[in-house]
Design a protein around this ligand. Structure first.
Ligand code: FAD
Length: 337
């Protein structure tokens, strides 16, 4: 194992904060995972797997070993008349994998085009966008269970996926994912119901979109709405959309008729956290090096020199003002360290 010491994590996270990592190693093979974890256990040090750092905020130096996940490879393991089975290395770039599938004509994950990150991180928070979640295409996840030191293959149901949630978030840092198995469709049913997708397809006069048309439309929407982390540090949506019981939703709607929400079951509603934040006056607001993005108030941005602590404190102020005005506690989507 090649170890680096006291490295700056600035280039390893999309927030671009200059916190340090005590030890750092690149992981290219599964054998190296065992070596790294054994080393941490011997030294009694914490470990952290890092993909591209697009959903993480370091608020202080990390005093353990960072394993930069670099296991790559896309392998077709099986195929039927209607489906394709793939096993993909955890370090594979997510958008590269989506583009590969789109080009082959295999559907299921095209709505998740251009989400930053690695394949191995995709099940962690069950990435989702434009009406689709990755859990719909995951067959199983291969990981080292660092509690038992055994390799496990967890089925889709064992991963207990939920909205931006999974077993891997609930049992934080227990499972070190090295590969994800996907099932993709050869004759996919395209999901174009989102208003902005429909608009773009209409503008381009595309009546029967292909997988590539849909993926391109999503890339276009995302590029116009979200800040590019290479230009402006951010981690996408900082907060989750909160859910509310029907009764509480109706009460809130009475007080705030403009409230944006949609039903997710007979008695539960999901509220647009962006709307709540915007209505507390945060959209486009800036405090020193940190701000709330002017085109999407769910996104907190680093104007260049912000520390992780400054970003965290800014998010805390947002949480407090949403609580004061709406009596709703926003939960952070980004992993805080
Ligand atoms: C501009 C922008 C837009 C975004 N849009 C979306 C979106 O539309 N939908 C969405 O769901 N997310 C979105 N995100 C968030 C982010 O892209 C995803 O959460 C992504 O899956 C994170 O991948 P990563 O490799 O960067 O993970 P990291 O940030 O490196 O890690 C995230 C967490 O997963 C753990 N982890 C990573 N890899 C492994 C592994 N192999 N084994 C075990 N644990 C691991 C880490 O320890 C950490 O706790 C966006 C982010 C940005 C910057």
């Amino acid at each position: 194992m090649r170890l680096e010491e006291n490295i700056s994590l600035k280039q390893y996270t999309t927030f671009g904060c200059n916190e340090t990592g005590r030890y750092f190693t690149n992981i290219k093979k599964t054998e190296e995972v065992i070596e790294a974890i054994t080393w941490c256990k011997e030294k009694q040090l914490p470990y952290l797997v890092l993909g591209t750092g697009s959903n993480i905020l370091f608020t202080k130096p990390f005093e353990g070993l960072i394993l930069k996940m670099g296991i790559i490879g896309i392998n077709k393991t099986n195929e039927t008349a209607t489906e394709v089975f793939l096993s993909v290395g955890a370090g594979e770039n997510w958008h590269h994998f989506v583009s590969y599938c789109v080009q082959k004509g295999w559907g299921g994950i095209e709505n998740l085009s251009l989400i930053p990150g690695t394949v191995g991180a995709s099940p962690i928070q069950n990435i989702g966008a434009y009406g689709v979640e990755v859990q719909e295409s995951i067959e199983s996840v291969t990981a080292l269970d660092t509690q038992t030191n055994h390799w496990v293959t967890l089925s889709n149901s064992e991963c207990t996926f939920g909205y931006r949630n999974s077993l891997f978030k609930k049992e934080k840092n227990r499972y070190l994912i090295t590969a994800v198995q996907f099932i993709l469709k050869k004759q996919p049913q395209l999901r174009t119901e989102y208003g902005s997708i429909k608009e773009i397809l209409h503008e381009k006069n595309i009546k029967n979109p292909s997988l590539a048309d849909l993926s391109n439309a999503i890339v276009q929407i995302r590029t116009s709405k979200l800040p590019d982390p290479s230009q402006l540090g951010n981690a996408g949506s900082f907060f989750k959309n909160p859910s509310l019981s029907k009764t509480n939703f109706e009460e809130l709607k009475n007080n705030f008729p403009e409230l944006i929400a949609y039903p997710i079951s007979d008695d539960t509603y999901k509220l647009a956290a962006g709307w709540l934040i915007e209505n507390c006056g945060w959209k486009g607001a800036r405090k020193g090096n940190v701000g709330c993005y002017d085109k999407q108030s769910l996104v907190i941005v680093n104007y260049g020199q912000a520390t992780g602590k400054e970003i965290y404190d800014f998010s805390e102020e947002i949480i407090q003002s949403v609580l004061t005005k709406f009596n709703i506690v926003l939960e952070r989507e980004v992993n805080i360290l």
